[in-house]
Design a binder for this molecule. Structure first.
Ligand SMILES: CC(C)(COP(=O)(O)OP(=O)(O)OC[C@H]1O[C@@H](n2cnc3c(N)ncnc32)[C@H](O)[C@@H]1OP(=O)(O)O)[C@@H](O)C(=O)NCCC(=O)NCCS
Length: 325
């Protein structure tokens, strides 16, 4: 058994098609939905998002992200013994999207399952993978966040449909004698399920309930700023970790104004916050690994950096994972 787990490599994959605010605005105008590229950018920081075409699937993107993370980690698929995939938009009800990825990459020695914690999914999956590695249940894990949130959009609801995008990100986590993952802290509050949900379900061959994502944007905004700030401080205190030793914050990418508010609350200079929401929109469980991979590829985040990964979203769920890269 190893006392820690550590991130060995990262990878990402996006749909073929990038859709600018202008293009989305024209698409929505044709449906009689009024918005503007300027409103979207000033209220959210989003400039574009990637949207899946009908032939693109969650598991295809997850598979590409996983293979890229394996390459970065110099590992082969059959060396992976655990695959955890965070998603709220799986390929199908079952089997899991993680099992589809396992089959695609040929990770024949792995156990594979999905985790559903909406936009906190990746930090939940990373926490579970870290715990399983430290308990001796696995040595090499693929932890993936992959979403096709565009399929939950009501394209007549301008308060939600301009915000979300599709994509996948992955990391390889390996047992290690040194951190790696320094600490994790997760939270949920199911009494807040009403502020962000997609409550439809399949029942008797039909969809019962609402098949679309619904959100009280202002309530979610307030909650997100409050819980992200508190969650960082709580984890730092439990680890006796000093904020000045943090190199980068990689938070869930929902709205640039949320990210600026969290940075202000933590007194963290904005240049130490990784911001990719402009390029990707909100990709739910994929947003943190997509942002992490981007910062690694840009050589912004390097080996030895202390990085705080944070998720927040439907449930309500939230959590933080502190990692030395
Ligand atoms: C959704 C969000 C961008 C809305 O921004 P906001 O500044 O709170 O805007 P409001 O909801 O106060 O709406 C302001 C006005 O803009 C309008 N508006 C909403 N969406 C619009 C759009 N796409 N285009 C143009 N106008 C829009 C509203 O109807 C409202 O008009 P009114 O004043 O005439 O009633 C913001 O609340 C947010 O980002 N919330 C968090 C969302 C989130 O993070 N979700 C995922 C969490 S995992």
């Amino acid at each position: 058994m190893s006392p820690y787990s550590a991130i060995l490599g990262t990878g990402a994959s996006l749909p073929r098609r990038a859709v600018s605010n202008q293009e989305l605005t024209e698409f929505l105008a044709a449906k009689g939905v009024e918005t503007s590229a300027e409103w979207i950018e000033t209220r959210t920081g989003i400039q574009q998002r990637y949207l899946c075409e009908p032939d693109e699937t969650n598991s295809q993107m997850a598979t590409k992200a996983a293979l890229r993370a394996l390459t970065a980690a110099s590992l082969l698929p059959d060396q992976i013994d655990l695959i955890i995939l965070a998603t709220s938009t799986p390929d199908q009800v079952f089997p899991s999207t993680a099992c589809a990825v396992q089959a695609e990459i040929g990770a024949k020695n792995a156990m594979a399952f999905d985790i559903q914690a909406v936009c906190s999914g990746f930090v939940y999956a990373l926490t579970v993978a870290d715990s399983m590695i430290r308990a001796g249940q696995a040595r090499n894990a693929l932890v993936i966040g992959s979403e096709v949130f565009s399929r939950l959009m009501d394209w007549h609801d301008r308060t939600t449909c301009v915000l979300f995008g599709d994509g996948a990100g992955a990391v390889v986590l390996q047992a290690s004698e040194a951190p790696g993952v320094m600490g994790c802290k997760l939270h949920s509050d199911g009494t807040l399920s009403g502020i962000l949900n997609a409550n439809g379900r399949i029942d008797g061959g039909k969809i019962v309930g609402d098949p679309f994502l619904r959100m009280d944007g202002q309530a979610v905004f307030r909650q997100a700023v409050s819980v992200l700030g508190n969650s960082a401080l709580e984890l730092f205190e439990s680890l006796s970790f000093k904020l000045e030793d943090l190199d980068f914050l990689v938070p869930h990418q929902a709205n640039v104004r949320i990210l600026h508010s969290v940075a202000k609350k933590l007194k963290l200079p904005e240049e130490r916050v990784v911001i990719t929401v402009g390029m990707h929109g909100n990709t739910s469980a994929a947003s943190v690994p997509l942002a992490l991979n981007h910062a690694v590829e840009q050589k912004q985040i390097k080996k030895g950096h202390n990085v705080l990964l944070q998720g927040v979203g439907g449930g309500f769920t939230w959590g933080s994972v502190l990692v030395r890269m």
